[in-house]
Design a protein around this ligand. Structure first.
Ligand code: FE2
Length: 383
């Protein structure tokens, strides 16, 4: 995948959308690509701290003159870390404006030409016209459209491909440094932060351009503290495999976490990636041991917890020692925890989530969580 071909200079969002239905079946999240200042060092961080494994590489030695990319993998999660090799590139401009951040949310599809054609008919803005890439392992078709901010969706059709990652990449093997995996399985959901008044615009985009359904809505009464508030709606693909909550700030006495994100990211973008584990206790123990820092919740959160959420299999003392939050809905419960931002700007962070029947997003934890974020904002002087 050559970045220079993908960075078309089009940047405008559609105003007219077609009719909503699941016309664009998505097989799953294919990869997430971050534009970062130093892809080599970022890859080391995701390996050492989060247990990702080396997978693929593209750069000078594979014929790329403009970019270098390292791909790391853990179960179904592929992260692509890309840096420019010279000044005045689109990628460099992206990093200058946003800091390290997510550029591409790539989705696996059956037919990338059809996905693109349908999305364009429904009013999407083109990022990449269908592009066929081949190597000795087969063919991959890619296409892409813009979503909020500078973020894009690529459609990846890889049914006729058996290579390591994508044509243009070679296998990246680092047997000398391979910290073991920590149980991260797949991307549960990815949250976007958008400007005040824009949440419904983007919900409509996902409904009408990509065939998603709005499955949950939270207003500022659900998500508010004494000082700040936000609103959120969750859109889901027809088969439920892709879920995108979309947040916008709501008026409060002080600046909300979404305002802080929009200021520091200098625009709309991905706020967090939630990754699933089947054993959150082990996963979080490992993450803490490897130096990943989390939002700290006060001891008071755990005081009344068993009354609030009823019986759970896990030991509450262990959960408290690790700072893991619990929430229950009609279908079961979930365990979750949020990292600190993973770059200098208070923008992108990770959520670790283990679902035990619950399909919701931890509404019961919003207040405790946002108060914790406000404490961090106060420390940063950005509340
Ligand atoms: Fe989340």
């Amino acid at each position: 995948m050559k970045q220079n071909k993908m960075d078309l200079p089009i940047k405008k969002h559609a105003k007219t959308f077609g009719k909503a239905k699941d016309f664009l079946p998505l097989i799953g999240t294919d990869f997430i690509e971050l534009y970062v200042g130093n892809a080599l060092q970022a890859a080391y961080y995701y390996k050492a701290a989060f247990g990702f494994q080396s997978l693929a590489y593209a750069g000078l030695s594979t014929g790329n003159r403009d970019t270098e990319s390292y791909v790391v993998v853990q179960d179904k999660i592929n992260l692509v870390l890309t840096s420019p090799l010279k000044s005045k590139t689109k990628i460099g401009q992206h990093i200058d404006r946003h800091g390290d951040g997510i550029k591409v949310i790539a989705l696996t599809v059956e037919d990338a030409v059809e996905a693109y054609t349908l999305a364009m008919e429904k009013g999407a803005v083109s990022y990449l016209a269908p592009l066929i890439k081949k190597d000795e392992y087969g063919v991959v078709v890619q296409s892409g459209i813009y979503t909020y901010g500078d973020t894009v969706h690529l459609f990846i059709e890889r049914k006729d491909y058996s290579g390591t990652f994508l044509p243009g990449f070679i296998a990246w093997e680092t047997p000398e440094f391979a910290p073991h995996e920590i149980g991260l399985q797949y991307i549960d959901h990815m949250v976007g932060n958008v400007q005040l008044g824009r949440m419904n615009t983007w919900v409509k985009f996902y409904e009408e351009v990509m065939g998603f359904t709005n499955i949950i809505s939270f207003d500022d009464k659900d998500i508010s503290t004494a000082y700040t508030a936000l609103m959120s709606k969750v859109v889901s693909s027809g088969n439920g495999r892709i879920k995108f909550p979309i947040n916008e700030p709501a008026k409060g006495l002080k600046r909300s976490q979404v305002d802080e994100y929009l200021d520091f990211y200098e625009g709309e973008g991905v706020q967090h990636i939630a990754v699933s584990t089947q054993d959150i206790l082990t996963t979080v123990k490992q993450l803490r041991k490897r130096g990943v820092r989390f939002l700290e919740v006060p001891a008071s959160y755990y005081e009344d917890l068993s009354n609030r959420i009823g019986p759970i299999e896990e030991d509450l003392e262990q959960l408290q020692a690790l700072g893991i939050l619990v929430d229950r809905d009609e279908e079961g419960y979930l365990l979750q925890i949020f990292t600190q931002p993973v770059q200098p700007r208070p923008t992108l962070f990770f959520e670790i989530i283990q679902r035990k029947g619950a399909r919701s997003f931890g509404k019961g934890n919003f207040k405790a969580l946002f108060e914790a974020i406000e404490r961090e904002q106060a420390i940063r002087g950005t509340l």
